[in-house]
Design a protein. Structure first.
Ligand code: KG4
Ligand code: ZN
Length: 360
């Protein structure tokens, strides 16, 4: 089975071809990602209008390159998948429309993939992880702990009550005058820093729920930056490194504590998970992985994190999620609309769509 996947929900224009073998294992034949980071960098964040224009400019070439690298034509495909949301709707519209056009011309089924579901299922492509598993989904826009019990079967165990983790990394990077996107840069600076220099708060630590809060931590970083600037006239490289390291450690401690609670909630409601899984861009962070790995091991669970290239937005995860849905006969009509909002958990999803909420 060969599936083309197209991703345009944020600031990457991406396309990939994934092959699924008879045993259900996936193989990435191509995975082309054209990042728009340079287009957005001067603005310190993603500008929706610029993103949409950049997607229009390049999506056809990215798709053509993915097909070329995979050595396939559109007639060889079994289906065309595109992220249909959630995300910046101007961008989603472009990838989804490209997929519809290819599906129509080639006479192939269309699969409208939820971008979050694609992140959630990536470990089944990379590591063949079986259901059910506990997922920490941590990206620029989302922070959730979810029980993944099947395709389309997601139960939220915890979420952030304010900022997403990736967003907090990006905001702290801004406070430290580091370039966008902030996450990788904060991690790079932190590697030269002393994580014990600043005792930043670990919000909600020890609480019995698996929710997150990051705005207090971000405020503590801002106050520290202002204090140093007032005292010393500016931040030195060592100050930046120490703040980055101390912030990163506070996030890792908080995430590990929330994951511990989520493991307990998971076992109470769903039995034994096969693994603790991390997905989304923040999964690229090594300190987070180390601290979470220790927590998972203490609970007797393996920690499974896709390689960084498959944690951040890409087309392979869309193609794979499409293949998983196609194998279950879940295809979509050509008039399906893009969605700016599209929650993953069953209870919330039935309000808006009903589709992901339905047990598949
Ligand atoms: O999943 P993703 O590529 O896009 C979204 O769907 O949001 O995640 C991007 C987010 C950004 O906030 C970025 O700063 C963060 O993931 N990120 C990181 C790292 N790499 C990316 N955060 C911490 N450490 C990293 N190494
Ligand atoms: Zn994402």
């Amino acid at each position: 089975m060969l599936v083309l996947g197209i991703e345009t929900t944020c600031d990457e224009t991406a396309a990939a071809v994934v092959r699924v073998g008879a045993a259900g294992t996936g193989e990435i034949l191509s995975n082309v990602v054209r990042s728009q980071v340079e287009d957005h960098a001067p603005f310190g964040g993603v500008v929706p209008e610029i993103a949409a224009r950049a997607h229009v400019d390049i999506v056809d070439r990215v798709v053509a390159e993915a097909l070329r690298q995979a050595g396939t034509g559109i007639d060889d495909l079994d289906a065309v998948a595109a992220a249909a949301g959630p995300g910046l709707v101007g961008g989603v519209l472009i990838g989804l429309t490209a997929a519809k056009a290819i599906a129509l011309v080639a006479g192939k089924p269309l699969i409208a993939v939820n971008h979050l579901e694609a992140h959630a299922l990536t470990v089944r492509l990379t590591d063949g992880i079986a259901f059910p598993y506990l997922l920490l989904l941590a990206s620029g826009g989302h922070t959730q702990l979810l029980a993944v019990t099947g395709i389309g079967a997601y139960s939220k165990l915890g979420t952030t009550i304010d900022d997403a983790i990736g967003e907090a990394f990006d905001k702290v990077a801004k406070l430290l005058d580091l370039p966008y996107p902030g996450g990788p840069e904060v991690e790079r600076r932190a590697s030269a820093g002393n994580a014990g220099r600043f005792a930043f708060p670990r919000p909600l630590l020890g609480r019995p729920t698996a929710d997150f809060s990051l705005s207090g931590l971000k405020t503590a970083v801002r106050l520290e930056v202002e204090r140093i600037e007032a005292a010393a006239g500016g931040l030195g490289d060592q100050d930046i490194a120490d703040i980055a390291a101390s912030f990163q450690m506070a996030v890792a401690d908080m995430v590990a504590d929330r994951a511990k609670v989520a493991i307990r909630l998971f076992r109470e409601r769903f039995g034994e998970p096969t693994a603790l899984v991390v997905a989304g861009g923040v999964g690229a962070n090594q300190t987070l992985k180390r601290v979470l790995g220790e927590k998972a091991a203490a609970a007797g669970l393996p920690l499974v994190v896709p390689p960084p290239k498959l944690c951040t937005d890409n087309g392979a995860m869309i193609a794979w999620a499409g293949a998983e849905r196609l194998a279950r006969g879940l295809t979509d009509p050509l008039d399906i609309a893009p969605r700016a909002r599209w929650p993953l958990d069953a209870e919330a999803a039935t309000i808006g769509s009903g589709r992901l909420g339905a047990k598949a």
